[in-house]
Write a protein that binds this ligand. Structure first.
Ligand SMILES: [Cu+2]
Length: 391
């Protein structure tokens, strides 16, 4: 069998279909694309499916058989995900995101508490594909989008979100990949998308999408990195503070060494949702990793002493800088924005500005418990504290 990640099997850029110029496509076109319209499945069923999370995710177009084999076979330069994921060719992100908010028997809205699997690292590095990567997101808002941003005591928050979760599903692609992105706005107000990983005209791609409408465009990931994406609808401070952000990982074209990997998104919450004056005051009530205060204090991230651990970091803000630090460990390798060209050796604390990303690698010296924090300790005390449990 050929080397799974051999570069000679990687398709050339010429095999990538040309950019699709249209930004706005009709819902009928999307239904046609999804093969649903012809089957007599109506828009309501399609949107209900979205609400259950099965289209809020990422899929890959058809690939050559050789690439399909490569994608499902980890190679020396492949990176094992923190938890087993589907193979790249059939990836459907966040199977556990199905648990969207549902009304209780009494009619009261219960708050959705995403499972850790919602924030698992997507399937590992794979060679670049010849077809665009399909990335579909729904945008959501309103009382049904209530999430839990703290536990004991529970704190409910009326979110705006992509794909029914905060932070939104992570997209993982490879340098050179083209993404065919579709946003379906299931909310009650305009939403939009802004991929920091893309180089594309704001006036064409990042405009507001009306409630019930769908928009689509292609972009190509020209640089490896760890990037934020977010809603940019006005007022953008509110749409971001209320939960409309996620991460794009663009792997370098030749991959990275194997490691245990985690995704960590830092962000702030103000009040109970929609409280614009509080957001402007720049004094958050909670600062969190992956959507919930102290999430990994009660359910620590696991690792083994001596193994390489890789963290993909995004600071979604919207207001506070992150001073990311792991107590009892040093970062052996750091890349600002996850770009290998910025690689540095030993660092103790990494600043990640709002709207920025980073990649850090570390190895725990011995078994034990190691807290991770933002070293801005007013924020760490508001929830941005977690634990690694090292065996
Ligand atoms: Cu929005």
């Amino acid at each position: 069998m050929s080397h799974p990640n051999s570069t000679d099997e990687r398709p050339e850029a010429t095999s990538v279909p040309s950019m699709r110029p249209s930004i706005l496509v009709s819902r009928r076109a999307v239904l046609r694309q999804a093969g649903l319209a012809a089957g007599g499945v109506g828009a309501a069923a399609f949107l209900a499916g979205c609400a259950q999370g099965d289209t809020a995710g990422w899929t890959f177009g058809p690939v050559a058989p050789s690439l399909q084999a490569a994608a499902s076979t980890p190679g020396p330069t492949g990176t094992p995900a923190a938890s087993p994921g589907p193979t790249a060719a059939t990836a459907s992100a966040n199977p556990s995101a199905v648990a969207s908010t549902t009304p209780s028997p009494s009619g009261a809205v219960t708050a959705h508490d995403p499972s850790p699997a919602d924030f698992a690292v997507p399937p590992p590095y794979r060679p670049r594909h010849s077809m665009p990567v399909e990335f579909n997101l729904t945008s959501n808002d309103g009382p049904s989008q209530t999430i839990l941003i703290a536990r004991s005591p529970d704190k409910a928050y009326r979110s705006m979100n992509f794909g029914g979760q905060v932070p939104a599903p992570t997209l993982r692609i490879t340098e050179g990949d083209t993404v065919h992105f579709t946003l379906t706005n299931q909310g009650t107000m305009p939403h939009s998308i802004d991929f920091h990983a893309a180089q594309i005209a704001w006036s064409r791609a990042y405009q507001e999408v009306a409630p019930g409408a769908t928009a689509s465009f292609d972009w190509t990931a020209k640089y490896p990195g760890v990037f934020m994406y977010h809603c940019g609808a006005a007022p953008v401070l509110m749409h971001m503070a209320d939960g409309m952000y996620g991460m794009v990982i663009v792997d370098p074209k030749d991959g990275r060494p194997p490691a245990r990997e985690y995704v960590i998104v830092q962000s702030e919450f103000y009040g109970s949702g929609g409280e614009y004056a509080k957001m402007l005051s720049d004094s958050p009530d909670f600062v969190v990793f992956n959507g919930q205060a102290f999430r990994y204090k009660t359910a620590p991230l696991v690792a083994k002493a001596g193994e390489l651990v890789r963290l993909f970091l995004v600071n979604a803000g919207p207001n506070s800088s992150s001073a990311f630090h792991v107590i009892g460990a040093l970062f052996s390798h750091v890349e600002a924005d996850g770009n290998p060209a910025t690689a540095q050796g030993m660092r103790q604390t990494i600043e990640v500005p709002p709207g920025g990303g980073a990649l850090v690698e570390l190895t725990f010296a011995e078994p034990g418990t190691y807290p991770f924090v933002t070293h801005k300790f007013s924020d760490a005390s508001k929830g941005a504290t977690g634990l690694f449990k090292v065996s």
